[in-house]
Ligand binder design. Structure first.
Ligand code: AMP
Ligand code: MG
Length: 489
């Protein structure tokens, strides 16, 4: 526990959390420690893993350090649930890096809490490894995310139809404050609670706003900006979160709670993987709409802080929320521009981009394979075999390439320079659904961690192609393709 500092969340009023202890497990074992992440944080990995393991030991001597479960509410698939909270997670405390940045360390799958309704408070090894893999994948892609720092085995089985090995994920976030955390106090009419939480979040994530006049409006603005950028990033890599409930949207702008998430194989704006998303609320192309919907829910909780009179407060919230669309569009154009080798993409380029996506959709082209293959065109020319072969409608694609190349020529360097930007923006390797499932299955069922470790190594280097990793960049075959994902907690 040497390097985990006491949680500053414990200084908030007592109804913000429950002082729940981590539950003991039969035979806790450290399965993996994220050595690279520990190094970034200036932590000695082996000792840290051991300190985490001690939290879970059957006999706690010295007594288990205090931990807490956080209260939150949330809109789940649009339905408001006033009481959620960490039902199987415990906040251990904070890590402080060399720059003085604080982050929260939390266990997930570490037992029941005050907020557990159904469920056993436990997590399966598969769910834990999925979150660990996805966090590392996102980190390597440069997308804000919570990250796993260690995986511990509990030595127990958890009942999930057939029983599965139990595990605990130690994960790190800028903080675990969610939109739903604000909703918890707002729906109880607890204006003081909302203000305390907002002050806490501002001090933690936007310290430059502390003490400024319009800090709550400015805070809403920052959260909005972080989400607009995050959504553009998700879209650019073809990611579908799957459960964008307000309790799964972090104020710090990190991707959080990887459940039935997935990456696009073939491009399809309406794509849904999650078995519980029956109406496509969280479909790939609907994610920015949901983000602004969630931000509106956050804005509602902040209204009493935005101005003394409600009309003025609503006006202030509107001013912020109205900027989401333009900001998102600009960021989307910038990121997709880079995918096309355009360093100065603007809204004018959106048509070129959407026409391309329509072609991908009509031709059933694998999204990630396409953009990586396209990186060869600025140097090899429009007849680069790998990319043209992806289209049934080769003429349609060729016509688009002519337009793209005309646009590229306006850039300072339309050949090698463009290819370099493209190779740094179009990952060869993403956490492809079929690879993730195969890796989790091998670890969970056969206790074979080889596929997991190998996939993790590949995902940590998404932009550097290696011949021996060819199968990790390939689209799934018809028999491999994953059609549906499950919550599988
Ligand atoms: P998550 O899918 O981890 O975002 O969880 C959604 C909500 O369900 C949270 O309140 C969790 O704490 C709770 N939950 C999920 N799985 C379990 C479980 N096995 N036992 C208790 N609570 C759970
Ligand atoms: Mg969640």
């Amino acid at each position: 526990m040497h390097c985990i500092a006491r949680s500053s969340y414990a200084d908030l009023p007592p109804h913000f959390y429950a002082l729940d202890s981590v539950a003991a497990t039969a035979r806790p074992v450290v399965a993996r420690v994220n050595a690279a992440f520990c190094a970034e944080l200036g932590i000695e990995a082996v000792a840290f893993g051991e300190s985490l393991r001690r939290y879970l030991e059957p006999v706690a001597d010295p007594p288990r350090p205090p931990t807490l479960a956080q209260a939150y509410a949330g809109h789940q698939f649009g339905q408001f649930v006033p009481s959620l909270g960490d039902g199987r997670a415990h906040l251990l405390g904070e890590l402080v890096d060399a720059q003085g940045r604080r982050s929260d360390v939390q266990f997930k799958g570490s037992g029941r809490t005050f907020y557990s309704r159904g469920g056993d408070g436990r997590a399966t090894l598969g769910a834990v490894l999925r979150e660990y893999l996805l966090g590392e994948c996102f980190h390597a892609l440069g997308i804000p995310t919570t990250r796993g720092i260690a995986v511990l085995l509990t030595g127990e089985r958890v009942p999930r139809g057939v029983s599965k090995p139990g595990a605990v994920l130690a994960r790190v976030a800028a903080s675990y404050v969610r939109v739903g955390t604000f909703q918890f106090y707002a729906c109880r009419g607890d204006e003081d609670g909302v203000q305390r939480l907002a002050d806490y979040a501002i001090a933690r994530h936007d310290p430059d706003l502390v003490g400024t006049d319009d800090r709550y409006g400015a805070f809403l603005q920052r959260v909005m900006e972080r989400q607009a950028r995050l959504m553009a990033q998700w879209m650019s890599v073809g990611f579908i979160h799957g459960v964008m409930n307000t309790d799964n949207m972090a104020i710090a702008g990190e991707t959080i709670d990887y459940g039935p998430c997935a990456f696009l194989d073939q491009y399809d704006a309406k794509k849904v993987f999650s078995s519980i998303d029956e109406h496509g609320r969280y479909a790939y192309g609907n994610q920015p709409n949901i983000a602004i919907w969630n931000l509106a829910r956050l804005a509602e909780t902040l209204l009493p802080l935005l101005a003394p009179e409600e009309p003025a407060a609503i006006e202030r919230a509107h001013t912020v929320l109205a900027q989401f669309g333009p900001l998102y569009q600009a960021e989307y154009a910038r990121l997709f521009g880079r995918k096309l080798g355009l360093l100065q993409a603007t809204l004018v380029d959106l048509e070129l981009i959407s026409d391309l996506l329509a072609l991908l959709s009509a031709n059933g082209v694998d999204y990630t394979v396409f953009f990586r293959a396209l990186c060869e065109v600025p140097v090899q020319g429009p007849r680069a075999v790998a990319v043209s072969a992806l289209f049934a409608d080769t003429a349609g694609f060729a016509a688009w390439v002519v337009r793209w190349q005309a646009r590229l020529r306006v850039e300072p360097d339309a050949t090698e320079g463009a290819a370099r930007v493209m190779r740094a923006s179009n990952p060869a390797y993403i956490a492809r659904n079929h690879l993730v499932e195969a890796a989790l299955l091998a670890a969970e069922v056969d206790d074979d961690w080889g596929p997991f470790d190998q996939l993790l190594a590949v995902l940590r280097s998404p932009f550097v192609e290696r011949p021996e990793w060819a199968r990790y960049s390939a689209a799934p075959s018809a028999t491999e393709v994953v059609r549906q994902t499950y919550c599988g907690t």
